[in-house]
Design a protein around this ligand. Structure first.
Ligand SMILES: [Zn+2]
Length: 313
């Protein structure tokens, strides 16, 4: 089954995104690029170079609903009429495109001061403008099979980077389309999100992410197409590096906690003193994820003080 890569520019620090065309019947696009003029132009040029038109696309599958992945879904759907598939936990992000990742309650519980909180919310309002709401959305679940004329791709739900993040697995060749779950040169950020099962809570991103990696390990993929950067062909080694990095950061985090306790925002300032703008939100996300993991493993305890979580050793 032929897979073609379209490299689409994004306005985000992560750089361009790889979207994939599964050239089979039905012709299926995995992820889309953000809603910008440059992305529309790059997409159109590259799909034409592959010998197709946008109107030939018959199915659009999204690995998750970050704007660089879903932004052009509505624009494409209006031209080709294809349904857009996404994990059920992120369906509302597409149909309403209103749910904000910079959720005020969650940011407050992370200890982000009021003024910075409004800045973060403002930044995310801008990020959201890189995607439109999508009309025809079909939710998929773990283990869903996308059937093609010459075989199938199976959904492996890999929560962590986002709650609904999913990979597609072609078992015949142990090939994985990994979205942002596996990235060659950077560690995927466990982004702060409400828990889809209880929006008043935050999603335990890092705990879920580590479980997702263990699950992927049992599937032993040999070729992993990532959304940013190169393919990964040495998954076991990759995983060993990633886990080492994660546990080094965990112990670093534990060592930074003063006896007076710490909020995620304070920890983010210690871990990443220089970052600004959108990256600040990601820094807070990373701090929250590590503190939550340590608390889940009973290495820390949490006190809730006026809506703010303070972590103690
Ligand atoms: Zn993402």
């Amino acid at each position: 089954m032929r897979i073609e890569k379209l490299v689409i520019p994004t306005p985000f620090p992560v750089g361009p995104i790889n979207t994939y065309l599964i050239v089979d019947d039905p012709l299926t696009l995995v992820d889309t690029g953000p809603k910008t003029d440059a992305a529309m132009e790059a997409f159109t040029t590259q799909i034409n170079q592959l010998g197709f038109r946008i109107t030939d696309i018959q199915r659009i599958v999204l690995t998750h609903t970050h704007e660089d992945h879903c932004g052009l879904a509505s624009w494409l759907q209006q031209q080709c009429g294809a349904s857009v598939y996404v994990h059920e936990w992120e369906q509302e992000n597409l149909t309403e495109h209103g749910r904000s990742r910079a959720d005020r309650v969650l940011l407050k519980s992370a200890g982000v001061p009021e003024e910075q909180l409004e800045q973060m919310v403002g930044h995310y309002a801008k990020v959201k403008s890189f995607a439109d709401a999508v009309e025809k959305v079909v939710a998929y679940r773990d283990e869903h099979e996308f059937v093609f004329a010459s075989g199938s791709w199976r959904v492996v739900h890999t929560p962590g980077h986002t709650p609904g993040s999913s990979c597609l697995l072609r078992e015949a060749t142990r090939t994985l389309l990994a979205g942002d779950t596996i990235l060659k040169h950077i560690t995927p950020n466990p982004v702060l999100n409400p828990d889809p099962r209880n929006a008043a809570r935050r999603f335990p991103a890092l705990k879920n992410y580590l479980a997702s990696l263990e699950r992927l390990r049992t599937l032993a993929p040999t070729l992993i197409h990532t959304s940013h950067g190169d393919v990964v062909t040495d998954f076991e080694e990759y995983l060993a590096r990633l886990l080492r990095h994660t546990y080094e950061r965990q112990s670093n985090v534990l060592n930074l906690i003063p006896h007076t306790g710490i909020t995620a925002h304070e920890l983010a300032n210690l871990l990443f003193p220089k970052v600004k703008d959108i990256t600040r939100f990601l820094a807070v996300s990373e701090a929250v994820a590590h503190l939550d993991l340590a608390a889940a493993e009973e290495k820390l305890r949490v006190e809730h003080r006026d809506g703010v979580d303070v972590f103690f050793r």
